[in-house]
Design a protein around this ligand. Structure first.
Ligand SMILES: NC(=O)c1ccc[n+]([C@@H]2O[C@H](COP(=O)([O-])OP(=O)(O)OC[C@H]3O[C@@H](n4cnc5c(N)ncnc54)[C@H](O)[C@@H]3O)[C@@H](O)[C@H]2O)c1
Ligand SMILES: [Zn+2]
Ligand SMILES: [Zn+2]
Length: 341
């Protein structure tokens, strides 16, 4: 099968590897039809993590089940499914909450070394009943792909920001995750949503979803418009030192900072005294993907949550190197890329 691997920072190849095989009696093999590139893949691409060997990439995929183990109950060969980017064992007390992050065996993410990469022709999926869901007929491929990760992340990031009706929310970073967080914050009842990104075209996209665009240099305006208090809720969809510091600065006393952006391996110089004196709540979240599905699917089906326009480009799997270069440019025109398999 063909699979996308990262050989070194900035070096993407599409290589032939042995076909994925059933990972156990509760597992399945999925023939991927569409997959996507995530900002999390860019951490490998940009050298944030050391690479000791080539790593198969990708954790967002939809496809067709081509093989199931004897213990699989909820999906069958031929089903059109989406695959959660985060995998749990499916049978422990943590997975019983439908949040794979709390799996007592430890959550595993596809395409990060622990499991196969989803930017591939075939993907081995353990505990298939937990990781796979038949794509509801009225959802399109973009919606299904966003349910595997980015929309689940933006939605959970907004939920964990303690948004109350009419409140002021700031979202840092307007890639696919941040744009999903903006739309989720609006859907969860935020009054004003400030959308912060250095790229004007990305701010324009957030503004089209009802947000108030702000360049990073202008974040001080949040204090001015909240009579010196700051924002009740801040969602950080970047997760670097600059944005986490800015988030902890522009949140109001008693407010909540919800971080979904992924930091590099270095420690963050945490402003502990300021955060304690101001009684700030800080939450860090890996997406509880499966748990978001029963909430998000009816909203998508009813048209109450619109995720159109987040995917901007489509490439063939064989052109993955060009696709990665396009996503890594972080332009106003190219937000999220799908790969057709
Ligand atoms: N927690 C999770 O479960 C989860 C899931 C998916 C992705 N992520 C992470 O979320 C982050 C965003 O992912 P993405 O796909 O949207 O990536 P992306 O790279 O497309 O988006 C990042 C955005 O941040 C902007 N940015 C950079 N510096 C900034 C600053 N100082 N202030 C404001 N904005 C700034 C960039 O211009 C870009 O638009 C990544 O770190 C990714 O790893 C986390
Ligand atoms: Zn991702
Ligand atoms: Zn588990």
């Amino acid at each position: 099968m063909r699979t996308v691997v990262i050989e070194a920072p900035g070096v993407i190849s599409v290589v032939e590897t042995p076909d994925a095989t059933l990972p156990g009696p509760d597992g399945a093999v999925v023939a991927i039809t569409a997959t996507a590139i995530c900002g999390s893949d860019l951490h490998f691409y940009e050298g944030d993590y050391p690479l000791v060997q080539p790593v198969p990439l990708g954790h967002e995929a939809v496809g067709t089940v081509v093989e199931v183990g004897p213990d699989v109950r909820t999906v069958s060969v031929g089903d059109h499914v989406l695959v959660s980017s985060v995998a749990g064992c499916g049978s422990c007390a943590g997975c019983a909450t439908m949040d794979p992050v709390t799996c007592v065996s430890g959550p595993r993410i596809f395409g990060s070394g622990a499991l196969g990469g989803a930017q591939s022709e075939l993907l081995a999926v353990p505990a298939a009943d937990f990781q796979l869901m038949v794509v509801p007929e009225d959802l399109d491929t973009e919606e299904a792909l966003l349910l595997t990760d980015n929309l689940a992340t933006g939605w959970a990031g907004a939920q964990r920001a303690d948004i109350t009706p009419g409140s002021t929310v700031v979202v840092f970073g307007l890639g696919a995750v941040g744009l999903c967080a903006v739309r989720s914050a609006v859907a969860q009842g935020a009054g004003t949503v400030y959308a912060v990104d250095p790229v004007e075209g990305r701010r324009d996209r957030a503004a089209a979803s009802g947000a108030t665009p702000l360049a990073p240099a202008d974040v001080g305006e949040v204090h001015e418009t909240t009579r010196g208090r700051g924002a009740a809720s801040v969602i950080d969809a970047v997760g670097n030192d600059t944005t986490m510091t800015a988030a902890l600065t522009c949140v109001r006393a008693g407010g909540t900072v919800s971080v979904v952006g992924v930091h590099d391996l270095n420690p963050f110089p945490f402003p502990a005294l300021m955060s304690l004196v101001r009684s700030v709540t800080l939450r860090m979240t890996t997406a509880p993907v499966q748990r978001t599905w029963p909430e998000l699917i009816p909203l998508l089906q009813a048209g109450r949550l619109d995720v159109s326009g987040i995917f901007t480009d489509t490439y063939a799997l064989g052109d993955a190197a060009a696709a990665y270069a396009a996503v890594a440019s972080r332009s106003g025109d190219c937000i999220k890329v799908s790969l057709t398999v």
